[in-house]
Design a protein around this ligand. Structure first.
Ligand code: ACM
Length: 537
């Protein structure tokens, strides 16, 4: 950029004169246009926004400085610099001392202020000469820089100064999430998705402050994670998928790379091995697991509820112990999801016996158990978490046991439901979920006490989608609304206001090459951004 700047200056005058002129000029305060922070299209909507009706002139004389002795802050600064470079092709130095061209600073500070009440809370102060992000933790700073990324305009205002200026609306944002758990689930079992696909999804989710990605790693149609002590799970069970395509699986190295990439974005990966039902692929690989003496065939259809593990055999629990041990060892996050849904061919008493035993295995390997809402019928611990998807009665049982609930009602939060009868992909057994239906509800409205709600997750089942474009069609734009449902308080959520902010996401989604569903309910902002508008060095 510096080079571009000087070439531009040369156009006007001699090099010497111009360098002096530029140095003088950058010392002057640039008269900024009035911009209203409260009008900014931020998603999720922050807790409090106080506009001051001016702007910070982001330009080539801006630098980022971060707390240096606080873990992760410098990396957050570098992440911000990289994303701004991608967005507006501006190179911003991070913690580079002695750069005499620096005129304005973005500070990313570790702060012990008691106003920062949760680890993800942050304060963002945008002034005419500086931007300050305060947070207790690097995680909070990371959430804060997502807000800042959304505030930086795509286009510079070239009339304000000789150099390009991107005016960032000034004011103060005080923000903290309503729920600690804000997630999506991706089913890589019905159709397999590559490491790069999962990374793209993670990167997009993190822009909207989603912090949990649940990977549904096994089902009747496929086993998708390498287990070194049971290699046939992937050799056999991973070999196909719905529709008979060739399937695939993550090696443990692949999975570690996903975990690392997610951690860089302060996102936790939650592995799910679904059992005792949804286990045909495992039993094809190792037929002793199903206990009915038969070797099942690989399954490429879409039925559910026909498979089960043998819940009375010690060798089945030895197998599960190995699987949980190997996956737990490469999962730094606190959770292990055991599925537990739709075990229609498992007797109730066997199901309860099974979930009780599996919970102990999960604890033995140092993880907290999550299960779909059915697990609440077992005698499980209050530390286990129930993911409510279908049965309000099961959700109540979980509350009575003192458990935390992840709110994922299929009728509202299932990303694989069709938008309407014309949807290109998806199912509709739980209903059609247009973009407004996906947004206009509240996790708190189902009688689950707020203190029992861990958060919201929007699952994306993959029976009808087999590539990233199709994934994006179902997930976007609805997942953006779920981010707001889980981050923003109820008083800050309003469809009419949200739909305008959502319309303004189009340039970002286009730039990210997201094949979102262009719902007619939204007056999508035209993407006038092209890479030609940026001068390349
Ligand atoms: C589920 O949709 N079977 C959890």
């Amino acid at each position: 950029m510096m080079k571009t700047f000087c070439i531009r200056c040369l156009f006007f005058a001699s090099l010497t004169l111009l360098l002096i002129a530029c140095t003088e000029e950058k010392k002057e305060r640039i008269a900024m246009p009035v911009t209203d922070l409260s009008e900014a299209s931020l998603i999720p909507k922050p807790l409090k926004t106080i506009p001051t009706n001016s702007a910070f002139p982001l330009d080539q004389f801006t630098a980022i400085y971060t707390s240096k002795n606080a873990t992760g802050f410098e990396e957050v600064g570098t992440f911000l610099a990289n994303k701004l470079k991608d967005k507006i092709n501006l190179t911003i130095p991070v913690n580079t001392q002695g750069a005499n061209t620096v005129e304005r600073v973005i500070y990313i500070n570790q702060s012990d202020s008691i106003d920062l009440k949760t680890p993800e809370a942050y304060q963002l102060y945008i002034n005419q000469d500086s931007i300050i992000i305060n947070s207790n933790t690097a995680e909070g700073a990371f959430r804060g820089i997502q807000t800042l990324r959304q505030l930086v305009p795509l286009k510079s205002n070239d009339t304000l100064a000789p150099q390009k200026i991107w005016p960032v609306p000034s004011g103060k944002i005080i923000d903290s999430p309503n729920f600690a758990y804000r997630g999506s689930m991706l089913d890589v079992a019905r159709h397999f998705f590559s490491v790069d696909d999962v990374k793209k999804y993670i990167d997009l989710l993190s822009y909207y402050k989603i912090n949990m990605l649940h990977l549904h790693l096994s089902d009747d149609q496929g086993w998708r994670i390498e287990i070194k002590s049971w290699p046939k799970l992937t050799e056999v069970g991973g070999s196909t998928e719905v529709g008979g395509e060739s399937g695939g699986f993550f090696t443990q190295e692949d999975y570690k790379e996903i975990v690392r990439y997610a951690a860089e974005r302060y996102m936790t990966i939650i592995p799910e091995i679904d059992m005792p039902g949804h286990t045909n692929a495992a039993s094809v690989s190792y037929p002793f697991l199903n206990g009915n003496g038969k070797t099942p065939k690989l399954y490429e259809g879409m039925r559910v509820g026909f498979s089960t593990f043998d819940t009375r055999k010690d060798t089945v629990y030895a197998f599960i112990d190995d699987v949980v041990r190997e996956i737990a060892a490469i999962t730094p996050g606190p959770y292990f999801h055991v599925g537990g849904d739709e075990s229609h061919v498992t007797k109730k008493k066997d199901y309860i016996h099974f979930i009780n035993k599996v919970e102990k295995i999960v604890h033995k390997h140092g993880k907290q158990m999550i299960g779909w809402d059915e697990v609440a019928i077992a005698d499980i611990d209050s530390t286990s978490i129930s993911q409510w998807w279908a049965s309000e009665e099961n959700a109540k049982k979980a509350v009575n046991k003192g458990m935390q609930i992840i709110v994922s009602p299929a009728k509202k939060a299932y990303l694989d439901m069709e938008y309407d009868t014309l949807s290109k992909f998806g199912l509709h057994w739980a209903g059609y979920i247009p973009v407004d239906t996906a947004y206009i509800w509240s996790p708190e409205e189902y009688g689950i006490p707020k203190e029992n709600i861990l958060g919201v997750e929007a699952p994306l089942w993959s029976e009808t989608i087999s590539n990233i474009d199709e994934l994006e069609y179902l997930a976007f734009p609805r997942i953006i609304g779920y981010s707001e449902l889980s981050w923003s308080i109820k008083e800050n959520r309003d469809w009419e206001n949200y739909k305008d902010r959502l319309a303004d996401q189009a340039p970002f989604l286009d730039r990210m090459d997201v094949k979102y569903y262009p719902s007619a309910l939204i007056d999508w902002k035209k993407s006038d951004y092209t890479y030609e508008t940026i001068e390349k060095d």
